[in-house]
Design a protein around this ligand. Structure first.
Ligand code: SF4
Ligand code: SF4
Length: 305
């Protein structure tokens, strides 16, 4: 399972390629967002990353009512009820015709099957800007859920002289986790909770694999792992932050931590998918300060991102 195919025709589902990212690892980076994630984090701000198949997003506020989408829809969207911008027939096959036709960017398909070669070609456009520190980051979604594609893409990019980071929720079988150090230059590994009960409650999954992955990678790729700690008001408290800081301190060698405070930049995507964004009111600034104090008390380095 962990064997990586270096064939550049390997296909994967990608929902975005973001240029000039400065929050997904060191330096200037190009982030490739993989579609599909086995976790269900309650605060997820990339809801389109969760299903592995493509989805249609409708941004009603951008619609100018031209009707171009109705004209091209093979599922007769004109029979659906409601405003033009909200029309998504029950039989929508996510063909993408309306997104291609929309002149206002009000319709977007999240998810496209791409080959390693296609992704590499897009990433290489940014290579002149990477300098010594930057490179590509594979994020998502969970890139390890498409291991064959992720591994082949990392191989191909490194073959082009591009450093590759993996941004992961650590949700993968042991054989894949063991193959990561050889395949990537840097890992940004999520640690959402140490308490298994809290991890189950807020992500829908146990965290035994996550803790194992962090122990494994801190030992087998020292200096090449950052631990990413989300801070969500009403979800994380000082006690849990203390447990997370204590766990990171127990790793050998101790990796640096980057704090990922809650934000609401993805709220509009929930509406675009026909749902409602979750809300976590409360002060994230207070959590950030508490976390900084907790990690410093444990002598853990904090990475500014
Ligand atoms: S994605 Fe295709 S089927 Fe779905 S609404 Fe658009 S044109 Fe119609
Ligand atoms: S094509 Fe775009 S702008 Fe025109 S009606 Fe459809 S959603 Fe609105």
């Amino acid at each position: 399972m962990s064997q990586v195919q270096t064939d550049t025709q390997v296909l994967g589902q990608v929902f975005d390629i973001q240029r000039f990212s400065v929050h997904d690892g060191p330096g200037i980076r190009t982030t490739v967002f993989f579609k599909g994630c086995p976790l269900r984090c309650a605060w997820c701000q990339n809801p389109e990353s969760i299903p592995s198949e493509p989805q249609l997003l409708l941004y009603a506020d951008l619609c100018i009512g031209c009707g171009a989408c109705l004209a091209v829809c093979p599922e007769r969207a004109d029979e659906a009820e409601g405003a033009v911008s909200a029309q998504r027939p029950a039989t929508c096959r996510v063909c993408g015709a309306c997104a291609d036709a929309c002149p206002a960017g009000a319709r977007r398909i999240a998810g496209r099957r791409m080959s390693v070669a296609e992704v590499v070609a897009q990433v290489l456009r940014d290579k002149p800007f990477y300098g010594d520190e930057g490179g590509a980051t594979l994020g998502g979604g969970e890139p390890l859920a498409q291991w064959e594609f992720a591994g082949a893409l990392a191989d191909a990019l490194r073959g082009e002289g591009v450093g590759v980071a993996l941004d992961t929720a650590c949700a993968a079988p042991e054989s894949v986790l063991e193959a990561v150090p050889e395949q990537f230059d840097l890992v940004l590994a999520d640690l959402k909770f140490v308490s298994p009960e809290a991890h189950c409650e807020w992500t829908g999954a146990d965290n035994a694999d996550v803790l194992s992955a962090l122990r494994l990678w801190s030992r087998t790729m020292p200096g090449r792992i950052w631990v990413s700690v989300p801070l969500i008001p009403g979800v994380h408290d000082e006690a849990e932050i203390g447990r997370i800081a204590g766990f990171v301190r127990s790793l050998s060698p101790v990796p640096p931590v980057r704090l990922v405070p809650y934000h609401r930049l993805g709220d509009s995507k929930y509406a675009a998918l026909g749902g409602t964004a979750p809300a976590f009111p409360g002060s994230v600034d207070a959590l950030v300060e508490a976390a900084k104090a907790a990690f410093r008390a444990q002598g853990v380095e904090l990475v500014e991102q």
